[in-house]
Ligand binder design. Structure first.
Ligand SMILES: *Cc1c(COP(=O)(O)O)cnc(C)c1O
Length: 336
């Protein structure tokens, strides 16, 4: 199968599986798992935070962050397109009694600083208490500039708000900008990183923050059923993901550009190349083309896409340039 639906479909490589099989483990709820303890200590330092928490998923890590920054009746400002507003089941509201205040994302994925400021509620008992700004990087494959991050940090400081980064794909941003991960992380009170997307681990996300913040998150994680036992098996995969699979993200970005250029050679398909900054391509299909039909026919050729218009295609470590050529050839035959 050539699977363009997401970078979440990546399969752990042989080296990762061997590390998992050989991991030293213990009961992490007792704090006894040496692999988890080592991962949390090393990764906290590596990302420039006091502490880290290994979580079952990005959704869980974001929820723990929101619940650790905010209390019942507080609110967080986020993008209308934010994953932790749109795609996490309303968890902050359902489980945290926290109100989201979404703000329309600008076309480049940023949140307008003026609109953010205006959305902050005055200290008045009519209103929810604004506590947190949450932003996302990358967002729909787009990279937020470092200068923008500095501006949001200044606004948060000025208004005494905490600042969270949903960094599910923050390594794609760091690689695209050719900066160290700490150059991005330095602006945030907390940050999440997905290990199970482009970084190629089978399961897991990390949440970073201060010691006090992470101990609060650890309590919520247990309450939410996220206290896992011999989870060093997953920490072993996470370590390889972070130490060996970061630099190669550049390849995914080159492949995405190549894919976008090739798509633009097909009549009826249009990709705005200026939005192809990392590993995502959004292709608009002419209304005369039936994307559902195309998806069905591609499936019979072992090529998987999530039908939609625009169509989102994601490159990752299990997609080669040759796979892209095969896909483009099939597509050309279907469309001509
Ligand atoms: C995938 C993703 C998440 C959630 O991760 P899961 O591990 O799928 O729960 C959070 N934020 C963003 C931006 C994501 O892309």
């Amino acid at each position: 199968m050539i699977d363009f639906r997401s970078d979440t479909v990546t399969i752990p490589c042989a080296k990762m599986r061997a590390a998992m099989a050989n991991a030293t483990v213990g009961d992490d709820v007792y704090g006894d798992d040496p692999s988890v303890n080592a991962l949390e200590a090393w990764s906290a330092k590596r990302h420039g935070f006091e502490a880290a928490l290994f979580c079952s998923s990005g959704t869980q890590a974001n929820l723990l962050a929101l619940m650790s920054h905010c209390e019942r009746g507080d609110e967080y400002l986020c993008g209308q397109q934010a994953h932790n507003y749109q795609f996490e089941g309303g968890g902050a509201a359902v489980l945290g009694s926290i109100q989201p205040q979404p703000i329309a994302n600008e076309p480049d994925g940023t949140l307008c600083l003026k609109k953010l400021s205006q959305a902050i509620k005055p200290d008045d008992f009519h209103f929810a208490r604004t506590k947190l700004i949450s932003i996302e990087n990358t967002i729909s494959g787009k990279v937020l500039p470092l200068a923008y991050l500095a501006q949001v940090r200044a606004l948060a400081d000025n208004k005494a708000l905490a600042l969270h980064l949903d960094g599910a794909r923050v390594y794609n941003a760091a690689v695209a900008l050719d900066v160290d991960i700490t150059d991005i992380a330095q602006y945030f009170d907390s940050m999440t990183v997905c290990l199970s997307k482009g970084l190629g681990a089978p399961i897991g996300s990390l949440l970073f923050g201060s010691k006090a913040f992470i101990s609060k998150a650890r309590r919520w994680r247990k309450m939410l059923g996220g206290g896992m036992r011999q989870v060093g098996i997953l920490a072993a995969a996470a370590e390889i993901a972070l130490k060996e699979n970061v630099e190669r993200l550049h390849e995914d970005h080159c492949n995405a550009k190549y894919l976008a250029e090739q798509l633009n050679t097909i009549n009826g398909i249009k990709v705005d190349l200026s939005f192809v900054e990392t590993n995502m391509v959004f292709a608009s299909f002419d209304t005369s083309l039936n994307v559902d039909e195309i998806a069905k026919k591609l499936l019979s050729k072992s090529i998987l896409i999530s039908a939609g218009n625009p169509l989102r295609l994601v490159t990752h470590l299990n997609i080669s340039k040759a796979n892209i050529d095969m896909f483009i050839n099939e597509l050309k035959q279907l469309i001509k």
